[in-house]
Design a protein around this ligand. Structure first.
Ligand SMILES: Nc1ncnc2c1ncn2[C@@H]1O[C@H](COP(=O)(O)OP(=O)(O)O)[C@@H](O)[C@H]1O
Ligand SMILES: [Mg+2]
Length: 464
């Protein structure tokens, strides 16, 4: 099955087209794959919103299936099944990035590119792609590999409040003075624990002080990872990091940065700074291939002694649209559904149960008011538009324009009509937020809504 609902690659092309003003007239390749089957909202959604979800309350209250020490013997469930459940959760649990190499599936090309950029090209790297595509996992496995080659790798996750000096003081505190040009090996004995931060000013400092300091690294190579770089709100932070990259490159310092962030292209993340362009390599994370989806599910198969049928794999691959996060979430749920029936072969019906469960959970996480809006007739009638809008916003920060939706919608609906309908759902900022500026932008107020729409669109395709 070649269809995918996250049209990443395609949208990038559409973006380029903006530059020559063509985007409104040139349909994105993604839309040619949207067909009539997607004009109808899946019936499952109607049952979801019609009323309280049916539950099969058994007379007994639910219990944990294992003790906190992972001891399965002392609980009611068949110990063998309970063990499989735990193993499956450990292998496919979707809430954590992968840290260990044996849990990391596929992505050999991305890892090789990252290594080459650091080792051969000696540049700084920006890893970018959607949430859940595997950026954090990639940099963790990369860090492991680099440490093996005796690189000093320091990982830092950026928060919304990140400040340049605090962040780089923390990085410097992980680099031992042993690697400072001016430190004699004999002097080390005096203060074996001294680190580079001891040479930074006590007060605030900027990129110049940091590059001066880092230019003195000898005897190793340092890689600093700034994960979730896109979350930083302070524009000065990005400016300072760009300046630092330039200075470090100019001085051929033995320190390289790896930034990761949710973005569709390099400019979104580092801004257009021509002076640093040749010192940076962008590494876009692509959707997983079918083979990679299979190898992630194989981790669950090996751990829990279950097997996914070919149809189940294909279904999970389609619904996940290349996201390792969704592959694990659905793979875990589908496997659990099979184990619930005391079966070790996972088939398409378990895949369906998994999808419905995920959609139900996402829906339940939305405020009741939003659920009610989605259940309304106008939302039902405008389902294709709402899906197109979700696609348009699936990149980066979620904002999209009328033109973006026009590109995705695939039918000949005039932009004025699209704008009118989007504004309808932006009424009182309920479903959509709207920002009127030089260019009007919309965004789903709750990211759960767009996830739900995207997956239900994949579901519609499957049901057809
Ligand atoms: N190569 C991989 N193999 C197996 N699981 C992966 C892989 N990459 C990502 N995952 C899983 O996908 C989910 C999201 O990955 P993460 O690295 O946190 O993505 P991002 O940082 O891009 O949001 C996590 O549950 C992680 O375990
Ligand atoms: Mg991450």
């Amino acid at each position: 099955m070649s269809w995918k609902f996250w049209s990443r690659g395609d949208r990038q092309e559409a973006d380029t087209a903006t530059d020559d003003g063509e985007v409104a007239t040139r349909p994105s390749p993604a839309f040619s794959t949207i067909d009539a089957r997607l004009r109808q909202r899946p019936a499952f959604l109607d049952t979801l919103w019609r009323g309280p979800v049916e539950t099969d309350d058994s007379p007994e209250l639910p219990r944990f299936s294992a003790t906190a020490s992972d001891d399965v013997a002392s609980t009611g469930d068949d110990p063998n099944l309970a063990r499989k459940r735990l193993a499956l959760r450990d292998a496919l649990g979707a809430s954590q990035p992968v840290i260990a190499r044996e849990r990391f599936a596929g992505r050999h090309d991305a890892l090789a590119q990252l290594i080459a950029a650091i080792e051969q090209q000696r540049v700084h790297v920006v890893v970018y792609g959607e949430r859940g595509i595997g950026k954090t996992s990639l940099v963790h496995v990369f860090a492991d590999t680099a440490r093996e080659a005796r690189y000093l790798v320091v990982y830092g996750s950026c928060g919304t409040e990140a400040r340049f000096d605090t962040m780089f003081r923390a990085f410097a505190s992980k680099i031992p003075m042993l690697y400072h040009r001016d430190v004699l090996p004999t002097a080390i004995d005096n203060d074996a624990h001294a680190t580079f931060d001891s040479l930074l000013p006590e007060s605030e400092f900027g990129p110049r002080e940091v590059s001066d300091l880092f230019a003195d690294v000898v005897g190793t190579r340092v890689v600093l990872i700034l994960d979730e770089y896109d979350r930083v709100l302070d524009p000065a932070f990005r400016r300072d990091v760009a300046e630092l990259i330039k200075n470090l490159s100019d001085r051929a310092a033995r320190v390289q940065l790896v930034l990761t962030g949710v973005a569709q292209n390099l400019d979104e993340l580092v801004g257009y700074a021509p002076s640093i362009r040749r010192n940076i390599v962008g590494l876009p994370m692509r959707p997983l291939t079918a083979g990679e989806v299979k190898s992630i599910l194989a981790l669950g198969e090996g751990a829990a002694g279950i097997s996914y049928s070919g149809e189940a794999v294909e279904m999970i691959a389609t619904m996940a649209g290349g996201s390792p996060y969704l592959v694990r979430l659905l793979g875990h749920r589908a496997g659990t559904a099979a184990l619930d029936e005391h079966r070790v072969s996972v088939d398409e019906s378990h895949g369906r149960v998994a999808v419905e469960k995920v959609l139900t959970d996402w829906n339940a996480s939305l405020p009741r008011r939003i659920q009610a809006i989605l259940a309304r007739d106008d939302a039902r009638a405008q389902w294709p538009l709402l899906v197109a809008a979700a696609r348009a916003g699936s990149s980066a920060d979620g904002w999209f324009t009328v033109d973006d939706v026009y590109t995705e919608v695939g039918a000949n609906i005039p932009p004025v009509t699209i704008e009118r309908d989007l504004r309808h759902f932006a009424h009182a900022h309920e479903l959509l937020e709207v920002q009127d500026g030089a260019e009007t932008r919309f965004r789903y107020r709750y990211p759960g809504v767009s996830s739900l729409l995207l997956m239900s669109a994949a579901m519609a395709k499957l049901a057809a």
